[in-house]
Design a protein around this ligand. Structure first.
Ligand code: PMP
Length: 378
């Protein structure tokens, strides 16, 4: 019996998504740019998906650009917005707790001569909106900040930071990587004061390889590739219609149950914390007011990889830090105040609405066994 507790890494595509995708591949496989009726049908289905995504974000469908995933959306947003300013403004601001794809985009800008300011959480691991706002100035063109941290689940004060920034510098472009918040918490780019916002399909029961960028009307982006006229020329290349239509179907299915699902996984998370507190040497790394979907904790005396394999042998699937780092540490845990020693002993558990209390019990029982069998053998 597989126990999947790694939904922050990826999710299983739902029936609505699979059915829609199969139908697009079997029947409606036209190129959406073709002028004949077959192409038009594919285009109509793609536009329906755009509407479904836009409705979930509370924006117009014209603001949605489809991409190959959040990594591409983040690069297009961050580098595309910075390049649009040309040589005029070369200061960009982000945080030290971003996903590797955002970090990577800023690292690239740095090698190109941009001044990159990376704002860190305080000694208690809390990132303050005031510190982000204080880091921008007249020479700043862009600020990027994630909504929910993928390693510990901390919810960052995006709305407050962006509101403060926009009050003084309305011309500064604001970008939010909302991958771990989308369809899990209410996410509305307008309410967040985000000009650009990144989402990914495979975290919300759609397929890997599709994502989107919300893009406020009037915000100029320089495309990262030159080619055809697709996606308003911002993202040239024939759209992956099956993946896009599946993305729309998956999101449409989740709409209306955000609060209900969050409440349910929150009870799972509390149960997990309760059962973990019965084990010796467990430290919780996630903030109490973080996302209910993510729980990071450390088990003293056991290495992450050892625990991961011990659990994997029992078909219990969790993550060490974040899946994207393939077991390698990103340094983000330390930014949230986790000591190096505990960072080496960290697991990330992430829930979905089909998990049960029995899954949590199986996890904690297996961890207890791991402690009994492995701790004294080190
Ligand atoms: N940002 C965050 C916060 C993520 O958690 C992830 C996925 N781990 C990404 C970006 C990258 O998403 P994708 O796999 O769609 O490129």
């Amino acid at each position: 019996m597989t126990i999947y507790l790694d939904s922050a890494a990826t999710s299983r595509p739902g029936e609505a998504c699979l059915n829609a995708m199969c139908e697009m591949m079997r029947e409606t496989y036209g190129n959406p740019s073709s002028l004949h009726r077959f192409g038009l049908e594919a285009q109509l289905r793609m536009e329906q998906a755009r509407k479904q995504i836009a409705a979930a974000l509370g924006c117009e469908s014209a603001s949605i650009t489809f991409t190959s995933g959040a990594t591409e959306s983040n690069h297009l947003a961050i580098r595309g917005a910075a390049y649009a300013y040309g040589k005029r403004k070369r200061r960009v601001v982000t945080t030290t707790v971003e996903h590797a794809s955002v970090k990577g985009a800023f690292d690239l800008l740095e090698t190109e001569g941009y001044e990159v300011i990376r704002v860190a959480p305080d000694a208690d691991g809390v990132l303050h909106a005031e510190d982000i706002a204080a880091a921008v100035d007249d020479a700043t063109c862009l600020v990027s900040m994630m909504l929910v941290n993928n390693e510990v689940g901390a919810i960052l004060p995006v709305q407050q930071a962006f509101a403060q920034i926009k009050r003084t510098y309305p011309q500064i472009i604001t970008h939010c990587d909302a991958v771990q918040g989308f369809m899990k918490l209410p996410v509305n780019p307008v309410k967040l004061n985000a000009d650009l916002l990144t989402i990914s399909g495979h975290k919300v029961y759609a397929c890997k390889g599709v994502g989107a960028l919300y893009h406020k009307k009037g915000v100029r982006l320089i495309p990262l590739m030159k080619g055809g006229e697709q996606e308003g020329t911002i993202r040239p290349g024939t759209e992956s219609v099956p993946l896009i239509v599946g993305f729309g179907a998956a999101v449409n299915e989740l709409r209306g149950t955000i609060a209900e699902r969050a409440e349910y996984v929150s009870s799972l998370r509390s149960e997990c914390v309760r059962q973990l507190s019965d084990l010796e040497g467990v430290a919780i790394n996630s903030p109490e007011n973080g996302s209910p979907y993510i729980l990071s904790f450390s088990v003293k005396g056991l290495r992450s990889e050892t625990m991961l394999h011990f659990l994997s042998d029992r078909e219990i699937y969790v993550s060490s830090g974040s899946a994207c780092s393939k077991g390698k540490q990103s340094g983000v845990l330390q930014q949230f105040g986790v000591t190096q020693d505990l960072a080496d002993s960290t697991l990330r558990v992430s829930f979905h609405a089909e998990n049960t209390d029995a899954d949590i019990t199986a996890l904690c029982t297996a961890l207890k066994e791991a402690q009994e069998q492995l701790v004294h053998k080190r």
